[in-house]
Design a protein around this ligand. Structure first.
Ligand SMILES: [Zn+2]
Length: 333
């Protein structure tokens, strides 16, 4: 990592709304398990509930097609509501350990910044939306008899194509997407951020992209909601870049079944985050995702997200060419 002059780093942290709390990298910790089993995930979540003295509330929001619990974890009691979703695609794991660390950072302990943050925001996380896909290390849920419009026959549905607001959660053919829809509807978050992973890409200067972000691109999303999502995307960019990453825009599609668009249509500030799948960089990717989760919560709590010029999002550089070995997909999110 390039060492930046301290004053530049400080100003980046102020802009990213990070100075009110220790940054993700401020505390050295043991390596984090990038792919905890779903059984271990349950143990860790329930441990966090105990260690936080109940501040982290853990519940099953329903069951996957193979009857695994899909976990929801909630922390805080503030009026601003933020929802994070991780691992809709089973083979894109790193948002999940980042979510566990987020819950630990904000929920365990009783320092002044934690008390203040938790009085201002409520953060709800769907932790590993797709446990069956995780089990198989594949993208889809598990529904081998389905003939999905989006997904793969013999495997299952692509959960992140089944968030169309016109489809009721009870009628959703992709079970786990229906669970997310229901959790969203009950919670009504102001901010919704969906964590994925992508292949490896460069920027125009040849430097590797470590993450990409995007706001809703469906034409029906209200301009004010698009602008809010753009402000959140800038928080994502600044928080990851000031931790040494390199964030680009994500070249995503307009379909309303994609969570980024579907929850934008429903009025949330809805943003996608894609962590690049870079061998040897997993721990950094987890801490970068954590940095973005913390920065979004802090910038919402202190209002700084609203002071960002939405035009700064369109200035986030585009994603450049794929590195050799990355299979380019039309819409991988
Ligand atoms: Zn994905």
């Amino acid at each position: 990592m390039r060492i930046k002059p301290r004053i530049v780093l400080m100003s980046a942290l102020v802009t990213a709304g990070l100075l009110v709390a220790p940054t993700a990298r401020a505390v050295a910790t043991a390596p984090i398990d990038p792919r905890p089993s779903t059984a271990k995930l349950a143990v860790q979540l329930h441990k966090l509930a105990v260690q936080s003295h109940g501040k982290v509330r853990v519940t099953s929001i329903g069951r996957s097609n193979e009857n695994r619990p899909v976990w929801g974890a909630r922390v805080g009691h503030g009026k601003l509501k933020i929802q994070y979703v991780t691992q809709q695609h089973g083979d894109e794991p790193l948002g999940t350990p980042a979510a566990l660390e987020f819950l630990r950072r904000v929920g365990v302990g009783n320092s002044a910044w934690q008390r203040k943050l938790l009085s201002q925001v409520t953060v709800d996380i769907v932790v590993r939306a797709n446990p069956d896909g995780h089990e198989r290390n594949w993208r889809y849920n598990y529904d081998p008899t389905a003939k999905p419009e989006y997904g793969e026959a013999g495997k299952g549905y692509d959960i992140n194509r089944y968030h169309d607001p016109a489809v009721a959660s009870a009628d959703n053919p992709a079970t786990e997407a229906g669970l997310i829809q229901r959790r969203f509807a009950a919670f009504q978050p102001d901010i919704m951020v969906d964590y994925h992973m992508q292949g490896r890409y460069k920027d125009a200067s040849g430097k590797e992209i470590t993450a990409s972000t995007m706001w809703p691109t469906h034409a029906g999303v209200k301009p004010a909601d698009v602008n809010f999502a753009k402000q959140i995307a800038v928080v994502v960019q600044r928080s990851i870049n000031s931790a040494g990453g390199n964030v680009s825009q994500y070249p995503g599609g307009d379909y309303q079944g994609i969570a980024r668009n579907g929850y934008g249509l429903l009025g949330s500030g809805s943003v996608l985050v894609e962590l690049s799948d870079i061998p040897g960089r997993e721990q950094r990717q987890i801490s970068d995702a954590l940095a973005s989760m913390l920065a979004i919560a802090h910038s919402a709590a202190n209002g700084s997200v609203h002071t960002i010029d939405p035009a700064a999002a369109t200035a986030i550089p585009p994603r450049g060419p794929a590195l050799p070995g990355t299979v380019e997909e039309d819409e991988a999110a």
